[in-house]
Design a protein. Structure first.
Length: 177
């Protein structure tokens, strides 16, 4: 007599399928739990998100002066220019690198205010206000001179001061970013 192994196929196939599905789901869940911290760490930090945009009241700037505000960890110069400065700038054509007119660097109807990132485009130094040869900013680190429109006029800086994205919320309030 030979020994025969008899398989009983009368077991519940639904139970077996459930065990396979449950084991697969547990493996996927464990894998996701391990991968999520790696993905989440690529998101910006909470303090960076909080500084994505800022609002500023322009009435805090006296005519002929500037205020420095911080946006995304960078200084931003908000300058209220005088009529004499504007007349001189309007008389000039496109200068700087790239060549730009003053109107290309301001918002229409709000030409008195200039908003630029206060970081020299040469090596990132912070230029000083009201010094230099062109009535704008002077970077004492390497000698770059910017005019009252933030355009590079002399020195090693390769580009004009950057005009950030901004919008007027009212005649006296702006949102940067």
């Amino acid at each position: 007599m030979t020994d025969q192994v008899v398989h009983d196929d009368s077991g519940d196939p639904n139970r077996r399928d459930f065990i396979h599905i449950a084991a697969g789901a547990a493996a996927i869940g464990a894998g996701a739990a391990c991968v999520w911290p790696l993905i989440n760490q690529m998101n910006p930090a909470a303090d960076t998100v909080a500084l994505a945009s800022i609002e500023f009241d322009l009435t805090k700037v006296a005519e002929g002066s500037q205020v420095v505000v911080r946006w995304q960890g960078k200084p931003v110069f908000v300058r209220y220019r005088t009529n004499a400065e504007l007349e001189e700038l309007i008389g000039e054509g496109a200068v700087g690198s790239p060549p730009q007119t003053d109107a290309e660097r301001t918002k229409e109807g709000h030409e008195k205010y200039l908003i630029v990132v206060g970081s020299c485009t040469h090596l990132g130094c912070v230029p000083t206000f009201g010094t230099g040869d062109f009535g704008g900013w002077f970077c004492p680190c390497h000698g770059s001179h910017y005019d009252a429109s933030g355009r590079i006029r002399k020195g090693p800086a390769p580009l004009n001061l950057v005009v950030p994205e901004y919008e007027y919320l009212s005649d006296t309030s702006i949102r940067i970013g």
